[in-house]
Write a protein that binds this ligand. Sequence first.
Ligand SMILES: [Cu+2]
Length: 194
Amino acid sequence: MKNSAKWLAAVSSAALLAGTLAAGVPAFAHAKPAAKHAKSNIVVINTKLVTGKMDHKKGWPKYEPAMFHVPAGKTIKLVIKSYDDGKATVPASDAKVQGTIGGFELVNGKKFTSFKAADVAHTMTIMEGAKTINIVVPVRSAKEKFVTVTAEFNFPKAGTYNWQCEAACGTGNSGWMGPMMTNGWMKGTWVVKK
Ligand SMILES: [Cu+2]
C-alpha cells in the first residue's frame, strides 16, 4: 500500500469505529421534561432602568421595556435592574411602597417599605383604578453597577393601566418634561388580559 492509501484506510477504520461507538450510545441524552414550577401562578417580568448616557439620549433615563403585557389574576413579580445613580425630586408620599403584596419591596434582597426622598431615583407608579401600586427605585451606590428592585402585585381585573414615574427625573426646569411625558420612557402601560 502506498502511504496515502494506508492513511486513508486508517482514517476510514477510525471513522467506522467512531460510527460504531456512536451507534451504541444514544446521540443525545433525552432532556428531562422540565419539572412543573411549583409557583406557576407567578409571572416574572423583567425590566431595566437605564440612564440617558446608556440609551444615548442625554437627560432621558428609560425603563426598558416600559410597556407590559400580563394576565389578570396572577401574581406579577416585577424585577427592575436599575443602573441609575442620580436622584430625582419625589413627593414624600411617592417615596413609600404601596399596593404590593405584603406592602413591601426588595432592594438587593432586603425588605423596604419606604425610603428617604433624597435616596429616590425613580418610581413605577401604577394607577390601577382607585388603587395605586407604587414601587420605588432607589439610587444605586457608587460601589454597585446596579440595584435590583423586586416587588409582587396583581391585577384582579383585565384592562389597560397607566403607569408614571413620580420622581422628577426628566428634562426642563421642573424635571417633568422629556422622558416624563413620553410613553415608553418614564411612563407607559400595563395591558392586563384575562
Ligand atoms: Cu424616572
